[in-house]
Ligand binder design. Structure first.
Ligand SMILES: NC(=O)c1ccc[n+]([C@@H]2O[C@H](COP(=O)([O-])OP(=O)(O)OC[C@H]3O[C@@H](n4cnc5c(N)ncnc54)[C@H](OP(=O)(O)O)[C@@H]3O)[C@@H](O)[C@H]2O)c1
Length: 346
């Protein structure tokens, strides 16, 4: 992704910033000119990532070796981090359990592109849905957990196999970003349920997930435009496994059209797949997460909402969205494009 200095003047706190996705996020932020604060346990690895971030353009890079399992000490960590500078962007990358909900949103939800208002509408909606769900569950104690990524001791104890024993449902898992997520989770020991329409592609990805280390892999050929089929899948998954630990709402499509032209039936499909299907799957799987007090829901977005297209002048709406981004949420313009709709540390 070309750098546009999107995060110049911003201070970004990345937990788990010493390897894997956290490292990728930190380096991507670095290329956008951010000032970074990295939290993780291993000082050596943090130093390596800090060097790499500096060489890629970070304005500054501080490291905070810290074990996030020590939730009692998180206040003092926060005070040190916030001593004389605010945090503009918080990425709770290390925290994936204990009720932490990470919603991966869309750049189109923040920076609508003139050519894709339907797509942008679906991603805006998804962002609103994500934020509202998060707000509903928030109280002081959980907010702290959300902000600093509290991890279960057992998860941390097996840090290189973080998702062992977990079932991850990945929609759109037959290609692209969904495939990459599924394989990454597989490498962390998760069992994977891949959902998409094309059976052949799903089988191919399933092989890859098995070879990466997933103990169990299932493929579900489901058209998520069909709410009944979606419901049937969710019920059959829950009846087999009782619980979904991680839901990745990744399947998505572009919706062509503008206010003056286009086929509304296609708009409906875009909203259905990008917004209603994630909402319906959240509805199906989140009660179990709430009951277990543990779960992760990732809603996939688009880098275009964070990286204004040079050919598309910002609109008033985009300006308002960028303001919201600065004040209330964290963003990750990475190759995988994570949009984390958690509140920024205040
Ligand atoms: N790639 C990018 O540059 C980019 C940029 C911004 C945002 N995103 C977002 O990232 C997500 C994934 O993008 P991608 O580029 O990885 O997509 P992709 O390569 O086109 O893969 C899309 C996946 O979704 C599945 N899918 C599509 N329609 C479906 C339906 N009706 N029911 C069930 N599954 C369906 C596809 O499988 P079948 O066709 O077999 O069903 C495929 O597995 C999307 O939400 C997209 O909006 C991507």
């Amino acid at each position: 992704m070309a750098s546009s200095g999107l995060l110049a003047g911003k201070r970004c706190l990345v937990t788990g910033g010493n390897r894997g996705i956290g490292k990728a996020i930190a380096e991507t932020f670095a290329r956008e000119g951010a000032s970074l604060a990295l939290v993780a346990r291993s000082k050596d690895k943090l130093e390596e990532v800090a060097d790499s971030c500096q060489s890629q353009g970070a304005a500054a890079c501080e490291i905070y070796p810290f074990d996030l399992v020590n939730t009692g000490d998180i206040d003092s960590l926060a005070k040190r981090i916030l001593a004389d500078k605010q945090v503009d962007v918080l990425v709770n990358n290390a925290g994936i359990m204990d009720g932490l909900i990470i919603n991966v949103g869309s750049i189109a939800g923040l920076e609508p592109m003139k050519s894709t208002p339907v797509y942008a509408a679906s991603k805006w909606g998804l962002r609103g849905w994500s934020l509202s769900c998060y707000d509903v569950s928030r109280d002081d104690a959980t907010r702290q957990a959300h902000m600093f990524g509290r991890l279960s001791a057992d998860v941390m104890a097996t840090a290189s196999n973080k998702l062992a024993g977990k079932w991850c449902v990945v929609t759109g898992g037959g290609a692209g970003i969904g495939q990459a997520i599924a394989e990454t989770f597989a490498a962390e020991g998760a069992s994977i349920a891949l959902v998409a329409r094309s059976k052949d592609k799903l089988e191919e990805v399933a092989k890859g997930c098995k070879s990466k280390g997933a103990p169990q892999v299932e493929t579900h050929s489901v058209d998520l435009l069909d709410l009944q089929a979606l419901d049937k899948f969710a019920k059959s998954f829950l009846s087999s496994h009782k619980h979904c630990d991680v839901l990745v709402n990744n399947a998505g499509m572009m919706g062509q059209g503008t206010p003056t032209e286009g086929d509304i039936s296609k708009w409906e499909k875009c909203i259905q797949l990008n917004l209603l299907a994630p909402m319906a799957l959240t509805h199906a799987f989140s009660p179990g997460m709430v009951e277990k007090k543990e779960g992760l829901i990732i809603n996939m977005g688009s880098v275009a909402a964070l990286e204004p297209m040079k050919s598309t002048p910002p609109t008033d709406i985009a300006e308002a969205a960028m303001l919201a981004l600065r004040t209330s949420s964290a963003c990750v313009p990475s190759e995988i494009t994570l949009r984390l709709t958690l509140s920024a540390a205040k």
